[in-house]
Structures are given as C-alpha cells and as structure tokens.
Design a protein around this ligand. Sequence first.
Ligand SMILES: [Zn+2]
Length: 271
Amino acid sequence: MLVALQGDQHITAWVAQKGPVFHCPNCKTQVILRKGALVAHNFAHKPPVTCSWASGETQAHLKAKLLLHDAFVAQGLSCSVEAEVLSGDGDRRADVLVWRPPGQLRIALEVQHTPLNFEQIDRRTRAYMSAGVPVVWLGLIKPEVLAGAEPLAGGLKITRYSVRPWEKWAHAYGMGELWFIDPVGGQFWRGVLHKHMIEVPSSSWYSSGGEEQSAGGYTRSSKRWRNLHVEGPYPPSAIGLKTFTRNTFSSRDFTVPGGRAAGFMVRAPKP
Ligand SMILES: [Zn+2]
C-alpha cells in the first residue's frame, strides 16, 4: 500500500517519515511504514491481515504504480495513487488516477496482478464508467518472459503465452491491444494477442469392417495459449493517454460494455 492516513490526512509512503502513527484508509487499523533501500517504500498491515486492501500486493505492483505516477507527473498531469473513485455501483480504488487540472476528465489506471474473471472485470469497468472515469487496464510482464521471447520487427514475440481471462477481456476492451509494464526495467510494451495454432496430427486405422478411417491432419487455435507480440520497449516519457468511445462487444464468452473508454498511446517516436 502506498497511501495511509496520518490523522485525517492521506500521505504517500515516499513522503512519510517514521515517527507518527499511520492507519489504513480502508480498515482503519494501524499500518507500518517500510522504507527500504531496495524496495518501493510502502505501508504494511500487521498480521493477521484481514483487510482486502492488503491482499496480494507485490513489489512489482507497487513499483508499477510508482512508475505510472512518476511518468504522468513528469508530463505535467495531476496524479494520485490508490485514489478512491465514487461510483453508483460501489467504490472503486484506482491504482493511479490521472487528470489535467482544473476539473477535467479523470482517467483511472489499473495494474491487474490478481486473477479476475470476465464478470469481475466487466463489473469494475462499468463502475468506473458510471462514475464518469474511463479506465485503462494494464498488465505486468516479467523480465524472464521478455528474456525468453523471440525478436520480431519492432519488438518481441512470446509464443504459447498462457492468456488469462481478464487479459482476453482487456484486449477486446482496448480494441485489440493490451499494454504491459515491466516494473524491473521501468518500461512499457504494447501487446497484441494472436491466435496460437496447434497441429492435430493425422492418424489412420482400420475399423472392424476393414475400412480405413482417419482423423486429424489439421490445425486449430488453442484456447489456452496465444502468441503475444509486444512492441517496444517504450520509456515512460513516450507513453500518452487517449480516450475513445467504443461500442458494446459480445463474444461467446464475455461482453465488453460500450461507452467512453481509455487507453495508452505512443506520444513520441521510439528513441
Ligand atoms: Zn486495511
């Protein structure tokens, strides 16, 4: 967690100094400020942890939030991390909220690091839409995944990528793209999912009546795997925000709501 309460004021872990008592803005229990040399400064709950805001947060997720915050602040935009957004369908807490003052459109950035099913990501996206805050869904990519990829013009190709349901959903929501953050390298990649074809080998045999039977000998697209092409890497200074209006889209597995959506774009040529 990057933000805690000091009294009734929100304070970020990179500004906070040890000494005062800090509380979680959600469950109101006391949290500990951790300022390590090698880790992203953060607030931690004391065990036993029951607060939903404390679950499953990793250093990669914390670093990604800081990277986004710093990238957009450097571009002159207003940013707050772990910002609560009021909506009709329950409150959402955006990883990063970006806006250009005063009072202009706010855009939520969500770095997804836990599994979400189609229904959950759909519901969260609609909650943001109903609050008038379009959301950008972003993935995390590990250095070892990048290291194992094949070079491709302008980027890399990751074959047999085990695509998660939320990634399929966010790729459709993003009109055929999904951006990834490499929190270790501090860079961004524009991802496009392609079908991964599987060869079904042909085989033949004789039935009990002596007739020759055969099967296979064709290719089909894998349900589990995709080939992920990533374009980049882009430094934080090259990433811009865009909004667009999209139509409702339905596939056999899920529906993506129509309305005002947001995404990343490349704002400067790759250096
Ligand atoms: Zn809490």
